[in-house]
Design a protein around this ligand. Structure first.
Ligand code: SRM
Ligand code: SF4
Length: 582
């Protein structure tokens, strides 16, 4: 490819001297709250994005002020595991350097919002002191490696956690720019990126590990999904699924969500080599001219799975074995207490939309920007819990939180705090609410077209009435909402998916698999709350009357002829609407 055909971001990477750009100068410039435009592409590799407060945008413009620049900072946390001590440090930093809230993400890590430029360096230094960095949390490299969080198969989960860390370290970018710019360490010789080279990857890259029967990480939404295969309690290898991704653009059928294709089985000895090789195939063949066509899923669909096998064999000298049998039951989190095989306890708590905050008597946090239950001291409650907890804290891919490894002796004290602060161990909110997930969107996300995190709770309240009236109070229906089609809460894996189109308007998608193994399909376009409720009410009533025993909602809408099945990502845009209308 000639240099002229490369996308602007490729040129920025090439000229950056291994990601340095002019970031250090930008941090020192006190005249503006922002950094240079080219550097905003580079800082993603360090885990942070330049944003502005969209709630204040028009007010600031009217007052002829620059936008209220601030940064979102995401930590790298393989498998989403921290100690109590690390949790306390993360909580403290939210108050000291961010907006006093924490956001659990859909990929098992913590995000800070509202970080001012002058606070970026101190925040990253303080996180580093407790053993946490943000290297590669965003950017054109491998991102946070996810792993099944549900602890009920503990021996396997320990192994899988180790694998997520191993892969994360192996694929982390290596330039010393992170240490030099943010930890203020002296340069040490030449930089070298053994896997990525100077231009890194054409686009973001994501890896997750699932432990069947739980698909709590939505393994098929990743560029590489590893499905743990065990003999008894012993991990023997992984089925490898490739080419998952959610991102798409409204009205552009060349873009589409795609679920990973299971291409084979790798033994433990082969796994790291297989993963690195797949990353290298994407490095060498991914589209570097058009970022909308640059994810691994398009490289795969353009060349075919056989080509991937051939490429792998050429590079490593062996082929993957046939995939082993596996079965997923669901992609949600079972809430509440679970005991493991060693007699320890794990408590999964529901965190609505992943937002950890203390809500005041009016039910708001951070100057009214976030809404929750009036008087709910979630952030304080979790902090108190972390103070006495001796095990780890694990984040889930559904932005919930697990108090993991509680000894029988410590369990009563944890239970007392859960009761005191009214934390939701599954006994408070409805089944429907517990199955719902929203992306961040307003006020921080620069790409949001509609509200998501701040609106979904109210919509769920309306849907709860319909579900209760239909006698389906205990029926889990996976609901996903995003403020745009980039897909950050994996909306195309919702049995009911809402994707923002404009303020107050959403596309409604139906029919994903309850186990995260089938995409949904567009049912209605650009509709508001009244139309959403009018569409869903008869459908939910029909489901209550006609469903077969154990039949999930996503399967029912297809069997009942309400929506056509999406069999593959590239057919996502076919038969849109009802099968009758197609
Ligand atoms: Fe995402 C961009 C938030 C998970 C697909 N995502 C963004 C940005 C950074 C907006 C931007 O580029 O300016 C959002 C920042 C919002 C904010 O204010 O915090 C953002 N994404 C998030 C998080 C925080 C949503 C959440 O509610 O938790 C998730 C952070 C995960 C993490 O810890 O790493 C998050 N994003 C995802 C996922 C889900 C997943 O990976 O399982 C997806 C779909 C899977 C995929 O990658 O295809 C996802 N985000 C995107 C895309 C579309 C990528 C594409 O292939 O087209 C963008 C836009 C882009 O990259 O151009 C995006
Ligand atoms: Fe922002 Fe869109 Fe991602 Fe939601 S899905 S956080 S609106 S980029």
């Amino acid at each position: 490819m000639s240099d002229n055909e490369l996308s602007p971001v490729e040129h920025i990477k090439i000229a950056s001297n291994y990601l340095r750009g002019t970031i250090a100068d930008g941090l020192a410039d006190e005249l503006t709250g922002s950094i240079a435009e080219d550097d905003t592409q580079l800082t993603k590799f360090y885990g942070f994005y330049q944003q502005d407060d969209r709630d204040l945008r028009s007010e600031r413009k009217a007052s002829k002020l620059e936008p209220h620049y601030q940064f979102m900072l995401r930590l790298r946390l393989p498998a989403g595991v921290v100690t109590g001590e690390q949790y306390l440090a993360i909580d403290e930093l939210a108050h000291k350097y961010a907006n006093g809230t924490l956001r659990l993400t859909t990929r098992q890590t913590f995000q800070y919002h509202g970080v001012l430029k002058k606070h970026l360096r101190p925040l990253l230094q303080a996180a580093y002191k407790v053993g946490i960095d943000a290297r590669g949390a965003c950017g054109d490299v491998n991102r946070n490696v996810m792993a099944s969080a549900n602890p009920h198969l503990s021996a396997l989960h320990r192994d899988v956690h180790d694998w997520s860390t191993k892969i994360s370290e192996h694929l982390a970018w290596k330039s010393r720019a992170y240490e030099e710019i943010f930890l203020e360490q002296a340069p040490q010789g030449e930089d070298h990126e053994p896997i990525y080279g100077k231009t890194y990857l054409p686009r973001k890259f994501k890896i997750a590990i699932a432990v069947p029967p739980e698909n709590d990480v939505d393994v098929f939404a990743n560029d590489i999904g590893l499905i743990a295969i065990a003999e008894g309690d012993t991990l023997v290898g992984f089925n490898i699924a490739i080419g998952g991704g959610m991102g798409s653009t409204h009205g552009d059928e060349a873009t589409y969500p795609r679920l990973g294709s299971v291409i084979g089985f790798a033994t433990l000895e082969q796994t790291l080599e297989a993963v690195q090789t797949l990353v290298e195939i994407q490095r060498d063949h991914g589209d570097r001219s058009n970022r909308k066509h640059a994810r691994f899923k398009y490289t795969i669909d353009d060349h075919g799975i056989d080509w991937i096998h051939d490429q792998m064999e050429e590079r490593v000298g062996w082929r993957l074995a046939e995939p082993r049998d596996y079965e997923f039951a669901r992609n949600g989190d079972p809430l509440g207490w679970a005991e493991d095989d060693a007699g320890n306890w794990h408590l999964t708590l529901f965190i609505e939309n992943g937002r950890i905050a203390d809500f005041d008597a009016e039910g708001t946090a951070h100057y009214g920007q976030y809404h929750g239950e009036p008087g709910y001291k979630l952030m304080t409650g979790l902090r108190e819990l972390a103070k006495i907890h001796q095990g780890t804290i694990r984040l889930t891919g559904n932005h919930n939180l697990i108090v993991a490894g509680v000894s029988p002796d410590n369990k009563p004290a944890i239970e007392a705090l859960v009761a005191h602060y009214g934390l939701d161990d599954g006994s408070r909110g409805s089944t429907l609410r517990h199955s719902a997930m929203a992306c961040v969107a307003f006020p921080t996300c620069g790409l949001a077209m509609a509200e998501s995190e701040r609106y979904l709770p109210a919509l769920v309240t309306e849907l709860e009435k319909i579900v209760d009236d239909a006698g389906l109070t205990d029926q889990p229906i996976v609901i996903r909402m995003t403020g745009c089609p980039n897909g950050c809460a994996r909306p195309f894996l919702g049995e009911i998916g809402f994707v923002g189109k404009a303020p107050g308007k959403y596309n409604l998608y139906l029919g994903a698999g309850h186990d995260g193994a089938r995409l949904n399909k567009l049912y209605r376009e650009n509709i508001g709350e009244d139309e959403i409720l009018a569409e869903l009410t008869p459908m939910i009533e029909q489901f209550a009357a006609e469903r077969e025993e154990g039949e999930p909602f996503g399967d029912f809408v297809i069997r009942a002829g309400i929506i056509a099945e999406t069999t593959e990502g590239r057919y996502f845009h076919d038969n849109v609407g009802s099968p009758q209308a197609a």
